[in-house]
Design a protein around this ligand. Sequence first.
Ligand code: ATP
Length: 428
Amino acid sequence: MKRTLINNLKENEESKISGFATKIRDTKYMIFVILRDRTGSIQVSIDKANNEEICNQLNGIIAGSVLEFEGKMVLSEYVKQGGKEFLPTKFNCLSSADASPLEENANIDTRMDYRWIDLRSDKNQLMLNVQSCFVEGMREHCYKENFTEIHTPKLIGAASESGSDVFEVKYFDRKAYLAQSPQFYKQMALASGLERVFEVAPCFRAENSNTNRHTTEFTSFDIEFAYIDSYEDVMDFEEDLIIAGLTKVKEKYADQIKEYFDKEVIVPTKPFPRIKLQDLYKELEKRYGYKIPEFDVGDMNAETEGLAYKYAMEEYGHEFIFVTDFSKTKRAFYHMRKDEIPQGFDLIWRGTEITSGAQREHRYDVLKKQCDEKGLTKDVEFYLQFFKYGCPPHGGFAIGVDRFNMLLLGLSIKEEMFLFRGPNRLEP
Ligand code: ATP
């Protein structure tokens, strides 16, 4: 007999169900098993008087085991679990579990030690499905807009943008590095004649920091496309992309997200507010008495990001805000500049940066000059070559997928990631 998913069970139809036993309760006359699969849960009710064999087989089996039952689903007004119960005639234990080492209220570090058990909860299953749905919505949008999905190498020969936060690995008799971002290769794709590319892939950052939003390995949704007129085109595209992702999440999961995470899924309206960094500084000082520390002038720090969100909500009733006109000393050398101002942006959502983007410099001579200025030419010689033989004007951005989902559900990055990686965490 083929397996039927719990949600698809039909009344009184002979069926086979399988899944994790989330609870097993042994009473005087009955054994009750709550069985869960990816579509839902059902109570399996075993009458001891008529099912001696099943009762014997179930002896010693505890919650966490993976079980299979054959029998019929019936409607019952006495059952809390959706008014349905499953009356089995056959039983098979597919995998018996030891007692769970995870206590109900275990802290996040213990939960991560046993992440595969921790992830079994309805809440965590929802969290992973929401992330998948968000990425699906954005992917669909990219395909609809004729983007090509590419897969760039994560092992690279030179410590690219800034040597300091790059992981070094032994590569036969030489050194290699783990890619911090697919930036250079996305641009190479455009120099190769692909006009619109995206990639969903890991980025590695050797940041020895323990914040609630940084990890040493995260998934980035990266976009790059050609023949733009300015970075305004890049921001416009990002608005549509985020709207596509959030619309999909809202349609499918808004109610459950409210129930489990007490968060609203708000699909933003276009255009998102946009503000120049200097104007933002002025607003924050005027409204909240906040003055950016000397060290961070020309850029944003975590506090500025938090207040930028507050400002966007107060002034525009909008959760997102693009900040532009950063100082060239704080931005990557490959951002195009106009009157010495980098033609790029950060996007803030719910108080945290979720994206950096820009129009890139595609003119070899200008790019080389900007690169010289930052003293990086030797390291990125290979990259500069991409612009020597013709490359269209272009721009792009990257959205941190984990960070986005973390903000959507109001979690820390450790709680949100399938498996978190940090300075002190490489297992499981
Ligand atoms: P931050 O200032 O928050 O450290 P960044 O300026 O280094 O980020 P970018 O290099 O512009 O970030 O990366 C693009 C996006 O990737 C960020 O906006 C964020 O969503 C995500 N991201 C960057 N670094 C991390 C990290 N260490 N952990 C999780 N997500 C990250």
